[in-house]
Design a protein. Sequence first.
Length: 147
Amino acid sequence: MSSDLHPSGARPREQQRPPLRAVVVRTVLAVLLGAVMGALGTATHRTVWHELPLGVVVALALTASTAVLCRAWSGYGTLLAAGVGWVAAVQVLALPGRGGDVLVPDPAAGLPFGWAGLLWSYGGVLLFAVAAFLPRRWFAEAVPEAD
């Protein structure tokens, strides 16, 4: 078995460079997807269900799926773009609002599951890093060999 074969035994498809317009569209869509997931997770990470921190678990799961989707979609460029959109949304929404309210509270504030804000902020960045280091062969398109 040759080292250039996919684990399924198929040969990798020849890679062609996509047109610049497609790269730009994918990058913009990845930034928007990252920003939407960051905003959604920031708004819901403090949700508690039956005294379980379900919000942060679901928010991190959505973040992980966003990172893997963008890596599989078009590689490291879209993964980086989604990460930038995610970080921008989370950091902007973590700032105090006009009335002093915050969506990501300080863990020392004494709120139940106050640590969820730290887990959300740093855990999401960690999940994007994990997606960047996943094996390339997991994302390779393979065509079955003709018998």
